[in-house]
Design a protein around this ligand. Structure first.
Ligand code: ATP
Ligand code: MG
Length: 389
């Protein structure tokens, strides 16, 4: 007998009233599964798979016990500067001082209190069971009890990370770094000083502040930060208006672009072409803006070329030896129920992965996950069998 996991049902007239959208519109979104309920435990949460007049993709809607609705806006896109100096001048035309923060390289989560427990929402608006366990472990719940109208935004970083594992931060497992606090329903951010004050009060880790700079001096200062961050393998910066009225912009280090490519080209047929192409284009713009010496330019060319070709060559050779192309990640859980939920969740998202038997380490469990990149393996194998591209 197959068990169907319960799925939430939205009170459409009430939700339409709250969102100020026509009922037919919501009805239609639900039917086309663009407004999707969670299953099982979080079935009262609905997420938007598309943006709808002012509601970003990834936004989450739910009805509280008292019948009131709440909307957790999706995290707004941070646009990228390709040329630092002109982009800053144009974006921050009326901002006197800029706040430059480190861009942490992990994955974005939004944390809220839901039924007396913290839950972690991914960019797409799903409740990630692994991030949820970690959020409850890492974050002071008092913040959410004292500030029920706020959503905590941050980056989950570290090596025990199923999405973007990184060793570079000296973190043992996974840590949560706050970079934004926003209001529920409106999505309005608090100022950076208010955010820092709250983060300090509740003992949260924060994305490092690299400096506050006068608009005219900022491009030069950021250039220096980018050089230093690049050397230690960190990702880049996010440039912000201290009042958070103007939207932030981001800018990244060459080494980080290349390390993305190094990883992605291993799975050349599974990764989207835009992902690869955009990283190559960034290198061209950066080199041009920084008027590099011939030597520096050659170094960049070598770095970029190696990060594209070396992983591909290895992949092609690997398949020749009948090995599959896999992406290895690991997670650490306290509760085996979290592992089970995370496996179900991965399957639901269509991820093909093999989970190892949990290995007991202290009072926790370590699990190795092999993500299968079928398309790259199959394509490469076909080439070895003489097929044509
Ligand atoms: P986006 O749609 O925002 O461009 P993306 O998936 O392309 O997202 P990134 O290129 O990694 O993501 O850049 C934006 C992300 O950077 C944010 O969504 C956030 O998760 C992350 N981030 C890391 N550090 C910071 C920071 N200090 N301030 C803001 N965002 C940060
Ligand atoms: Mg990122």
């Amino acid at each position: 007998m197959s068990m169907k996991i319960a799925e939430g049902k939205l009170d459409i007239p009430a939700a339409a009233g709250y969102l100020k959208l026509p009922e037919e519109r919501l009805e239609n979104l639900t039917q086309r599964r663009l407004l999707v309920p969670n299953k099982g435990r979080y079935q009262q949460l609905f997420h938007f798979e598309t943006s709808v007049s002012g509601i970003e993709r990834g936004s989450v809607l739910y009805q509280k016990e008292n019948g009131e609705f709440e909307l957790i806006h999706g995290f707004p896109k941070i646009r990228r500067a390709m040329l630092l100096e002109p982009a800053i001048r144009k974006q921050f035309i009326n901002t006197k001082t800029l706040c430059v923060e480190e861009k942490m390289n992990g994955y974005n989560v939004r944390v809220i209190l839901f039924q007396e427990r913290l839950i972690a929402l991914t960019r797409g608006g799903n409740v990630c069971p692994y991030s949820t366990e970690k959020a409850n472990l890492l974050l002071n719940i008092d913040f959410f009890r004292d500030n029920p109208d706020y959503v905590l935004h941050g980056e989950m970083i570290g090596p025990e990370n199923p999405y973007v594992p990184k060793e570079i931060y000296g973190i043992e497992s996974l840590a949560f770094f706050v970079f934004d606090i926003r209001e529920k329903n409106t999505g309005e951010p608090v100022s950076i000083s208010r955010r820092r004050q709250l983060a300090e009060e509740y003992g949260f880790l924060e994305a490092p502040l690299l400096g506050n700079y006068k608009l005219e001096e900022s491009a030069e200062a950021i250039f220096k930060h980018i050089q230093e961050l690049g050397k230690i393998g960190h990702e880049g910066v996010v440039i912000k208006d201290p009042e958070m009225i103007v939207s932030p912009i981001k800018y990244t280090c060459s080494q980080s672009n290349c390390s993305d490519l190094l990883h992605a080209f291993k799975f050349y047929n599974d990764v989207g072409r835009d992902y690869l192409f955009s990283r190559v284009v960034r290198e061209g713009f950066q080199s041009a803006e920084w008027s590099e010496s011939e030597n520096e330019r050659s170094e960049r060319c070598l770095r970029l070329g190696e990060s594209i070709l070396v992983p591909m060559i290895e992949t092609v050779k690997k398949v020749r030896k009948n090995e599959r192309v896999i992406d290895e990640v690991r997670i650490r859980v306290q509760d085996l129920e979290t592992l089970k939920e995370f496996e179900d969740y991965s399957r639901l998202l269509g991820l093909e992965a093999i989970f190892s038997e949990p290995e007991k380490v202290g009072d926790e469990y370590l699990i190795h996950i092999h993500k299968i990149n079928r398309s790259t393996s199959d394509k490469t194998e076909a080439m070895w069998n003489g097929d044509l591209w």
